[in-house]
Design a protein around this ligand. Structure first.
Ligand code: 7LS
Length: 829
């Protein structure tokens, strides 16, 4: 006899529904389930020394509560028949999930109580969880914040990404240098994922196209003799805050098909035939570090097409199940948000599905594609603008290349009609860059094939429309819009900073977690001396926590009474960690010269990963470590200056760092940082910012007021203007402080055992071709740092400005950003 499992489950659920809609979330219910999972699901008797099994039991207990809300959310979206959005991204930097789920479900207190009899806290259990480090930095973390906001706003948005077996590499520091290690984050299992083999998709590679006539005599392309790979989805629940919504992050894993190369098999090459399957499984093996040396790697393009094709097929399949092969309302009810150009082959893939698989005409297919694709640009740096050699597409994605050619031909026709005879313009706008080795400009494909193109901060969008994409903007001004980034206030204040968030809730109620515009009400607290004192106490506690982390990871003692000056982000020349180091050396020079008048004792923390193939970025890490070692060993500096490089910076580290920071360093060369999002996390947690007029810094300064922000440096326009006659040598010569700093570096003071190793960095500063203009901003940076010290000495004023920063951070909630995406781009009503 067979049992219909689904109806059995449904019957049980409906029994539950009669009593209470969900499993209990009181301490007793949680404790019962915790014990059940611990003893039965995981088969354990006692809690061993490590909390690993208890963590898993807690995760499963929490997960049960998510699963039932997940099912009902799916049902609600289905019943509503509403428009759906797919957020397609090669990266989702999720971090840990347990505390996030607990907070969003509102079960922290009861779970803590249920854990009491095990003698552990939620925070201790949480330490057992690996970060889901499926991203490099800002772009990936933004995607994760966006999913949190979509779920919190109850929006039907599904994230689509790749289930990398190895996430962002682990960073160790050996002899001051970065050493990369593998991040096998799944090695102890992952309770937050559900395999969904029933939704496996097939993705095609290689082969060639053949044209065949259908029964009406119309020609259709068939992509044949392909090498196929299966895409198996793993779903992660994405809980909204306090609203019983649970959305989905669907991550694809690549798997070989069961088809053999028969020839090899018949010839007795059975083992070889099976072994060759590992190629397919390589596709989702590793997250590529964002590294120019990785540009043009075939496997990276495979990842991009694999993600895109599987995700579009997934959406298409859902559509067909509901609407059948009728696409009239497809673009009204579907939208694809492309996170940078990485998934921009989606434009051609959707065309292929509509043309080849569903036999729509070109015009019908193009009208649909163009009205449901939307592209977000995240960078102006020329080296990050993706181009793929046509020859690689020709072999790997022959049908896709044909479609791109056709899109381009029709697009150039349109341009030629508008600007007759302007062949230069045609070649500038073309999706194909001609030359010895022609390539596909992925940003052009994305712009031509999308209904919306957005930048991620006001300045960034302005520079896009006035510079990089000016001619596209002239062609289609209506497509371009700005969506200034944001971060989720739940993770980035709510649970990473309990001390401060409890204090805030006590003052203004806890509505701010759901509607972050409420945070503005905090500004009146600046006049309440008692509140200010408690604010300081809370922040001091967070600084101690950060000091513990620094002690444990770097062996350096940070004293919480000192100013905590922090720069954590990817290591890149444009972010100018080097400028920070120059300032540190300047302070050290002053200390050695006995010139400490006006100084305040400081702890400088720098952290971040360098792309493994980025020589200068890795050398910057070495320099920070060497400078730190010399200064920390010098007793003359001990009371004034401590320096540390924090290894293996990641999401979880940032949760501790941003809560314990006084001064947030946002010092990129103006015009280079598209937005920045770390700047927002620091601001929310009450840090003051020292920064240039770059990316979202400008909007941060506008929000908090110029008096509460330490501004320095050239503007983007000044940087552009100076380029042709930049002369760092004369700047160094005329600035005594800077020449003394350069002298100390050049004297080999920080590299006595390894003479000359820092020459490339010194040269980069002295070179008139230095795109990042480090020397140009040194003087005003030092001045702004002096203003920081002057203010820090006045604790009351510093505290007031700290509170004002938090109170002014409402705009930087990703809820605000996502509402704007939903209203302006996705048109989710
Ligand atoms: C990448 C690769 C690449 C950001 O975080 C580019 C690449 C590659 O070019 C090439 C070969 C192999 C792997 N991985 C991963 C990311 C990126 N591009 C970007 C662009 C911008 N990664 N950003 C940051 O995005 C944040 C969110 O908008 C901004 O706040 C921040 O300003 C920006 O730098």
């Amino acid at each position: 006899m067979t049992t219909d499992i689904s109806s059995t489950v449904a019957a049980n659920v409906s029994v539950n529904l009669d009593d209470s809609p969900w499993l209990g979330i009181d301490a007793n219910s949680l404790e019962t389930d915790l014990a059940r999972h611990f003893h039965l699901t995981l088969g354990r008797d006692k809690d061993p020394a490590s909390h690993y099994y208890l963590y898993n039991a807690a995760a499963l207990t929490v997960r049960d509560r998510l699963v039932e809300r997940w099912r009902s959310t799916r049902q609600n979206y289905h019943d509503a028949g509403c428009k759906r959005v797919a957020y397609i991204s090669l990266e989702f930097l999720v971090g840990r999930s347990l505390c996030n789920a607990v907070m969003n479900l509102g079960i922290e207190e009861s779970l803590q109580r249920s854990l009491f009899r095990y003698g552990v806290t939620l925070e201790q259990l949480s330490e057992e969880e690996s970060d889901a480090g499926l991203g490099n930095g800002g772009l990936g973390r933004l995607a994760a914040c966006f999913l949190d906001s979509c779920a919190t706003l109850g929006l039907p948005v599904t994230g689509y990404g790749l289930r990398y077996e190895y996430g962002m590499f682990h960073q160790k520091i050996e002899n001051g240098r970065q050493v990369e290690g593998p991040d096998h984050w799944l090695d102890r299992g992952n309770p937050w994922e559900f395999e969904a083999p029933q939704d496996t998709r097939r993705v095609r590679f290689f082969g060639h196209t053949r044209f065949e006539r259908d029964e009406h005599g119309n020609l259709h392309a068939c992509w044949v003799d392909t090498e196929d790979v299966l895409a198996v989805p793993y779903d992660m629940p994405i809980p909204g805050y306090g609203n019983d919504t649970v959305n989905t992050l669907r991550l694809w894993k690549s798997m070989a098909t069961d088809e053999f190369h028969l020839q090899e098999f018949n010839n007795g090459g059975y083992a070889e035939a099976v072994a060759s399957k590992t190629q397919a499984e390589q596709i989702t093996m590793v997250l590529y570090p964002n590294d120019v040396s990785e540009n043009g790697k075939v496997l990276r393009l495979k990842q991009q097409y694999f993600l895109t094709s599987a995700s579009l097929q997934d959406v298409m399949d859902r559509w067909l199940k509901r609407h059948g092969p009728c696409f009239e309302r497809f673009s009204e009810l579907n939208c694809f948000q492309l996170n940078d150009t990485h998934p921009s082959v989606a434009v051609a893939e959707l065309m292929r599905l509509l043309l080849d698989e569903h036999r729509l005409s070109w015009d019908q297919s193009w009208a649909i594609t163009r009205s449901c694709m939307a592209y977000t640009n995240h960078t102006l740096l020329p080296e990050a603008l993706e181009r793929w050699p046509v020859r690689i597409f020709h072999d790997m994605l022959p049908r896709i290349l044909e479609i791109i050619y056709e899109i381009n031909a029709r697009f150039l026709q349109e341009v030629a009609e508008k600007w007759p005879g302007d062949t230069q313009k045609l070649s500038r706008l073309s999706i194909i860059e001609e030359g010895n080795d022609p390539s596909i400009r992925m940003a052009h494909l994305a712009i031509v094939g999308s209904m919306s193109v957005n930048g991620v901060a006001q300045l960034h969008t302005e520079l896009l429309t006035q510079g990089l994409f000016r001619e596209f903007y002239e062609l289609w001004p209506h497509k371009f819009n700005n969506k200034t980034n944001g971060v989720t206030p739940r993770r980035w204040l709510g649970f990473c900073n309990r001390e401060l968030s409890d204090l805030i809730s006590e003052r203004i109620g806890d509505g701010w977690l759901r509607d972050f515009s409420n945070i503005k009400a905090l500004s009146s607290a600046v006049d309440d001396a008692h509140f200010c004192e408690r604010w300081n106490t809370a922040r001091r506690h967070n600084k101690s926590r950060l000091a513990d982390l620094v002690k444990q990871r770097c062996g350096v003692s940070f004293d919480p009474s000192m100013l905590f000056d922090v720069q954590v982000k990817r290591i890149h020349e444009y972010k100018r960690q080097l400028l920070n180091v120059l300032h540190v050396v300047h302070l050290y020079n002053r200390i050695l010269a006995g010139d400490t008048h006006g100084m305040v004792p400081r702890c400088v923390l720098i952290g971040g990963k360098a792309a493994p193939g980025y020589f200068l970025a890795k050398l910057i890490i070495k320099l920070v470590n060497n400078v730190a070692q010399v200064i920390n060993q010098d007793l003359r500096a001990h009371d004034w200056l401590r320096v540390a490089f924090l290894p293996d910076y990641n999401v979880t580290a940032m949760e501790i760092i941003c809560a314990g920071t006084d001064l947030s360093e946002q010092i990129s060369t103006a015009g280079k940082e598209a937005s920045g999002t770390g700047n927002m996390k620091f601001m929310m947690n009450g840090a003051l910012t020292i920064g240039t007029l770059d990316g979202a810094n400008i909007e941060i300064r506008d929000a908090v007021g110029a008096d509460n922000f330490f501004l320095f440096g050239l503007t983007a326009a000044e940087v552009a203007e100076l380029r042709s006659h930049y002369s760092p040598e004369s700047i160094i010569e005329s600035d005594k402080n800077l020449s003394e700093v350069m002298q100390r570096l050049e004297s080999g003071y920080f590299n006595q055992d390894e003479p000359g190793i820092f020459d490339p960095l010194i040269y980069s500063i002295r070179n008139s071709g230095d795109s990042w203009m480090t020397a140009a901003d040194f003087g005003s940076y030092v001045q702004a740092q002096q203003a920081v010290s002057d203010l820090y000495r006045n604790t009351d004023q510093w505290t007031q400005k700290s509170i004002l920063n938090t109170a002014s951070s409402a705009f930087f909630s990703s809820d605000r950003t996502i509402r704007a995406y939903a209203d302006d781009i996705w048109q989710l009503t």
